[in-house]
Every structure is written in structure tokens, then in C-alpha cells.
Design a protein around this ligand. Sequence first.
Ligand SMILES: *Cc1c(COP(=O)(O)O)cnc(C)c1O
Length: 381
Amino acid sequence: MKVPNLMTAGPTYVRDNVKLARALDVSNPDLDNNFFNFYKEVCEEFSEILNTKNEVRILCGEAILGLEASCASLIEKGDKVLVIDNGIYGNGFKDFVELYGGEVVHFKGDRKKPINIEELSAFLQNEKGIKYGTLVHCDTPTGIVNDVNAICKLLDAHGIISIVDAVSSFPVEDLNVDESKIDIAVIGSQKCLSACPGLTILSISNRAFEAMEKRETRIPSFYCNLLLWKDYYVKKSFPYTLPINDILSLKTSLNNIHDIENFKIRHNAIGEALRLAIKNSGLKLFCEEGFSNTVTSIVLPDGIEDRVFRNHLLTKFNLMISGSLDEYEGKLIRIGHMGENCYKDKISYTLLALEKTFAHFGVFLKSSLANDFISYFEKLY
Ligand SMILES: *Cc1c(COP(=O)(O)O)cnc(C)c1O
């Protein structure tokens, strides 16, 4: 299989040491005490980055498992669930809520702007009996970032237990789980962490565990049952055999990040320089505010066909970027600048390929994306 230069919004490029960690000899994860301790240590490292005393669990399954398991474990028939939606993933929570019998209370925001806290606050004044709330930190198909810290504080003030999809924002955008009273935060291995796809990481508050324990009906799933994970360490028992090699490799990816502060600073500078270069060129960014520093969506100019355009990037430049999803499919292209994608050389090549491809299809930009990006980035970082 020919491997493209991967500049998509996840999965991201996986560094050699992360790949190699999966090839190491391992023990039996169900029987070896050392593995229980190792697992616990990795979980504690995540808690620390999430600024929380809440415990973390790493589950075997892509991040969608984390989102579904949160809904499956909490929501019972008739529970009112606030679905905060200003993007495709925000709206997507509706499916999980309905699947588990919840009653959706839909708060729809402007898709080009972060959720407006005052509007949400006013909305909540008129709503009673909401038990849970779902929201997305960075809604990846458009690249909008919400102030989940402020939103979750508001939800907490209304006694609402929060489920946050932080899959494509962690650990770049600030997430203060304890201070903001975030009950469940869901992360994936294949975005900014640049580990292989296949693991989901969740921080779970005591309040969320208690809500699961107080349910009137059984959690209608085994694989999605978070309660089975609650006392794993005391009991020295996991619900199923964990993919020990994947977890070793995840830990290696965390080690690679090493200096989280600098990691954030680099992502912010890359994101900012990229946006400035795009604006100069005459291309249009999709978002108006709340720009993500992990993914950027660009409006495709009229007359450019998404698939043809991206296919040209792939065949001529061996470069893969993302399109978008649902209503934005065919309308936006996206550059993922998260984790191992987030380096000056990779973004410069991506932008050079983009400007040449635009020219190929008759769109002549006002300035060079690559040149502008490099000079902005050098000023910012
Ligand atoms: C990537 C991602 C997920 C996981 O979805 P996949 O597309 O299956 O990887 C969930 N939520 C968000 C916001 C994501 O970016």
C-alpha cells in the first residue's frame, strides 16, 4: 500500500517509536499485576493533563465507543438530555441519546461561531428536569471550538451532568475538568496524541459513576458499560482482555508530547499562521470565530469539485487532506494540524501543494499560502 503524506483531521501520522512499541513482548494483561499498575499510571497521567482528580479509563475501541458508552451508561428511557449542537458531532449526539431512550432537548447554535453562553443560559432558564448534557469541544468537520469550561460550569449550576467530546482538541485546547465540573471527557488515540486508532480514553466523575449506579434499569450493553470499569484496580479485573500493545504504544505517544505547554504553543502558532496565510490569499475560512488550533476548514471556491481536487493532491503530491461530512461534504476542505501533523515543514508542503492545485484548477490566489505561512509562523514561534 502506498502511504500518502497524511494531513487529515485524524488519524494523524504515527511516529516510529509509537509503532514499534506495539511490537514489544508483553505479559498477560488479565493476570499480571505489573500491567494493572502500568494501566493505572497511564490513566493518572491523563488525569493530570485533564486537570482532574477524576479517574480515567482507557477502553479498547475507537473514540466513538467512548461517546456511545457514556450515553449508554447514563441515559435511561425518558431522561431529558440537552444536546448542544453547533456542528456535525454536536448534532450527532442526538442519535446516541435517542438510541438509549433519552428525550432530546436540542440547543442549536450558529455553526460558524462558538456556542453563545448567554443564549444557552437563557435557554436553560425555561427548561426543567434536564439530567444530562452533551457537547463537543472542537467540532472537527468544521473546526469550531467551544468554551466547554464555561459551558460545563453553567450546566453544573443547573445540576446537569456533562459529557464532553474532546476527541480532536485534547490536549491542545484548555480543558479544566475539575474546575469546570466536567463529568465525562472523551478522548481518542488517533488525533492530537498521534497514536494508532483503536483506543478511547475517558475521565469519569464520581457523580457520573453514582448516576450509573442509581439507574432504575440495567445498562443495556456490556461493551458500553462503564460501571464494569469502576473497580478494576481493587478487583484486579478488566471486563475483557485489554490490547496491551496498543496501550504501551499510547503511553509512548504521551511521552513524545513530553512538554505539553510547548506542544500547545506550537499548535497555536501553526493554527494562527495558517489562518493568516489563508486570509491573505483570498480563500475563505469557514468559521467566523472560535477557530480550532488542530484543524482548519476552508470553503472550496465555486466550480471546484471536492473529490477531483483532493484526488489531484493525492496523485500529484501524494498528499491527503480531509473533506467534510454531511451538509458540508463537498463544500469544505480541511487541513489537520494536530499532533505529528503540526510541524512547519509539513504544513508548508501542504500549502505549496494546495496553491499549485488551486492554480491547476484555475483559481489563482492573491498571495503564496506557503510563503506567508512560513513568515507568519517564524514571527509567532
Ligand atoms: C475523530 C472524532 C471522533 C471519533 O470519530 P471517528 O471519525 O470515527 O474517528 C469523535 N468526535 C470528534 C469531535 C472527532 O473529531
